[in-house]
Design a protein around this ligand. Structure first.
Ligand SMILES: [Zn+2]
Length: 191
């Protein structure tokens, strides 16, 4: 999947969770902003195993660092695209949040952490729809996909993604916002 599909998927997944499964109350502005940022970072972070990832592209010597990093994590769609990788990212991000907590006392780190994890999980689910599949169960070297039959899955950046998946995510987000408009409005009132 492309970066912009991942960005949109991360925010859509966040909307699904806060609108349907785990409504949030007592949200302040600092938490909201940091959580949105964490969600977007989570949505693209598994792709740091690609030298062409936005993170590396935007740093001065990023491509070189990216290439070295790519090799050290086993190449594209390896450890960063597995449950093991999710656990590692979750642990490191939790440590980072606790380290930063003294300078951002008003931020609810638990909400921010969940927003990040939802972003990462959305990334792996979205990549599972592509032909390449995702090695969810590493160190078991099998790539899984949705649907399991490879021929039915999509190719990154091709018509199905741009004409179906991306607009589909826009529609799902729009419907969620419309259906839960009052709740979301209330949430922002408390910010
Ligand atoms: Zn990916």
């Amino acid at each position: 999947m492309t970066g912009r599909t991942h960005d949109l998927a991360a925010i859509t997944a966040l909307l699904v969770v806060v609108c349907i499964f785990a409504p949030v109350y007592n949200l302040n502005l600092a938490t909201l902003l940091v959580a949105l940022l964490a969600n977007q970072i989570g949505g693209i972070i598994p792709d740091i195993d690609q030298p062409t990832a936005p993170l590396w592209r935007n740093l001065p010597i990023g491509r070189t660092v990216g290439r070295v990093f790519d090799k050290s994590v086993g190449g594209h769609r390896f450890i960063t695209h597995s449950l093991l990788g999710i656990a590692l990212f979750g642990f490191l991000f939790w440590a980072l949040l606790n380290f930063l907590h003294p300078v951002m006392m008003s931020v609810d780190v638990m909400i921010v952490w969940w927003a990040f994890m939802i972003g990462i999980l959305s990334h792996l689910v979205m990549d599972s729809f592509t032909k390449e599949g995702v090695p969810w169960l590493l160190p078991l070297p099998i790539k899984l996909g949705l649907p399991p039959v490879k021929a039915l899955r999509i190719t990154t950046g091709k018509a199905v993604e741009t004409l179906l998946i991306f607009p589909g995510l826009v529609i799902v987000s729009g419907l969620l916002i419309a259906a839960h408009y009052n709740y979301l409005l209330q949430l922002l009132h408390h910010v």
